[in-house]
Design a protein around this ligand. Structure first.
Ligand SMILES: Cc1cc2nc3c(=O)[nH]c(=O)nc-3n(C[C@H](O)[C@H](O)[C@H](O)COP(=O)(O)O)c2cc1C
Length: 207
């Protein structure tokens, strides 16, 4: 009798484990939410807010991309430095190191800088091989759009499954507008992000 009860419990546990595995396997190409990385670059926090919203909706690890030598606080100085880095192809060394073998879905978040992918994101994509992984870019900009940044992501991830990205207007440091994705705009952003992620079934707890 005891044996029968133990066997029954074992079958119930195995069944529950299967159900849980199936729930996670429905999150896009991920086998579990732990295999999703959301890595972002943000100076005035607009892209950070977007990253946090995505994180709430898909789970996984949220990581801020940090440099060995941070950019200057002064706006004109950073604009000049970034333009020079883009002209010369300089890739700023990164403090952030990630074990990419742990992830199979990578969200890349960045602001538009100089109408391009910011140099630190170029560094990240040069340092890390995303072959075979699903890559999804998201962006905030100051009103001039994302430039060629999404094309650059595709170019630097030639062997990845690059899905449709998401881009929206953030702040405009040049005009003294820093964090702009807040209040009603933040709520509206949450709705937009949900719609976008829903397109590839990446929402947590939803088939
Ligand atoms: C160095 C630098 C260059 C920028 N270049 C552009 C640009 O070319 N086009 C644009 O629309 N916004 C540009 N911006 C504005 C940012 O893309 C915008 O404020 C963005 O929302 C900032 O994101 P963050 O708050 O995550 O840093 C630039 C900002 C900086 C600091």
């Amino acid at each position: 009798m005891k044996f029968a009860v133990y066997t029954l419990c074992l079958f119930i546990c195995l069944g529950l484990a299967d159900l849980e595995e199936e729930r996670f396997s429905q999150i896009g190409n991920c086998q579990s939410s732990e295999r999703t990385l959301i890595i972002y670059l943000s100076r005035t926090n607009n892209t950070k807010v977007l990253a946090e919203i995505i994180h709430q909706k898909v789970g996984g690890d949220l990581v801020a991309l940090e440099l060995e030598n941070p950019y200057p606080d002064d706006y004109d100085a950073i604009v000049k430095q970034v333009a020079h880095e883009n002209e010369t192809g300089f890739l700023p060394p990164l403090k952030t190191k990630v074990d990419m073998t742990r992830y199979n879905t990578i969200f890349l978040g960045f602001p538009t800088w100089d109408m391009q992918l910011p140099p630190p994101m170029k560094s990240f994509l040069h340092e890390n091989n995303l072959t075979g992984k699903t890559v999804i870019a998201f962006n905030t900009h100051g009103g001039y759009g994302l430039g060629n940044s999404f094309e650059k992501v595709k170019e630097l991830c030639p062997n990845s499954n690059v899905l449709k990205g998401f881009s929206m207007k953030g702040g405009s440091e040049r005009d003294g507008i820093y964090l702009a994705i807040k209040g009603d705009r933040k709520n509206d952003t949450k709705r937009q992000v949900e719609k976008w992620l829903g397109e590839f079934k990446l929402l947590k707890n939803k088939p």
